[in-house]
Ligand binder design. Sequence first.
Ligand SMILES: [Zn+2]
Length: 464
Amino acid sequence: MRQPFSFFTILLLVVVPFTAFSQQSPAPDLDSITEDAYRRMLERQRLEAEALTYPIFTAPTYDPNIEVYTVETVPSPRGPGLRGSIVDPTGLIDSGAQQRINERLYALEQKSSVEVAVVLLPSIGQDIPKSFAVALFEKWGIGKADTDNGLLILTVMDQRRTEFEVGYGLEGILTDVVCYRIGTNEIVPRFRQGDYAGGIEQAVLRITSFLERPEAIDDVYGYGVLHEAPAFAWQWYHLLLVLYGLICLVMGFWYFGQAFAIQRSKDDYYDKYLRLYQLKFGCTDMLFPLPMLFFARMTKKRLDHYRYAPRFSKKNGQPMTLLSNYDEIDFLEEVQLLEEELKSVLYDVWMTEDQSDVMILEYEGPNGRDYTSCRQCGYQTFGKRTSLVVVSATYDHAGTRIDTYECRNCNYQEEKEITLPRKVRSSSASSSSSSSFSSSSSSSSSSSSFGGGSSGGGGAGVSW
Ligand SMILES: [Zn+2]
């Protein structure tokens, strides 16, 4: 997955070339360090292993007439009178190495109950080594049944192929990558030189040290190869995101709590409406649009419910009905109708059937923020009428704009003088030159930043 340019990437881009140029002494050889640690570990394990007493290992007898083996004809290394881990009908591994490998695997089995079989066959005909390994693994039942902790290392000589077949219980430790690494690092170079005993022995050493000490995974990963891309690396912006998420969560809980409290309160619908409306237009939805978007629908539904739910007269308990916009005209003052027209305030008129009770409720309209209460008449009809620039701002002096506010009801007027900031030459100079700069750079940067950004990417691009 591609990560966006992060602070660390940029830091790396700066630091790496710097250190590359400034470094006087050669970099310490990481390979040799891990190799040293590996040798010390082997030595320690050898000393541990010496404390064990080994049984006498007995290999199966092989039928010299068999040149092409099937799963059925491969003799098992375990059985009556047999003790060992190696099946090597053509004698590719000398007896000394066989003894050491058997001891190593015996020690492993005593310690961890992990069972390993090493099989080297001259040929399996046209069979696929992988399928053959699976079948052989199943037939022999390598590994303890409850933990499935078996491993089969199958080498097919004529196909020049070595398969590592891992039981489910070991897959977590002996991953495909680890097996592949061990194969390429230990088996391949030695087998190519005909050193089959050495290849198998080193592979077994690697694997056993691995299984006995899973932390050693890092050693092998680090041995001459790079890690696979790490699944996830924490960056500062991840922490910010988590923090933001937590705050959103807290906001959400708070919001739900408030909404719930409003719902439960003894207030009448109108007061509930106003309280929830205040909540909706708190500053929170500016800072946290994400959770607020989530709640917006719920809030809208609640508000509608509070506004349109059936009401009863407080005077006589009779049910009230909401008048239509047309019918309510008779009950509203002219200036209230003006407010409705300006959409600064909306009025709902509720009435009992016998007209014994009329209730007028006011709500903020969609243009409620554009109009304020008039100082003179008190209605929400006072809003901006004109905006006139009297003196334009220049590089030498600030400008002036006069905003005229007028009450649409009583025509009361106010003027506000707004000072326009003086233009700044440097910013305008850069903006004029940047238009050519950015246009040239934006057209070329798309190619130069791709080609140059990933130094290999430029070459890769050309090869296409
Ligand atoms: Zn007025």
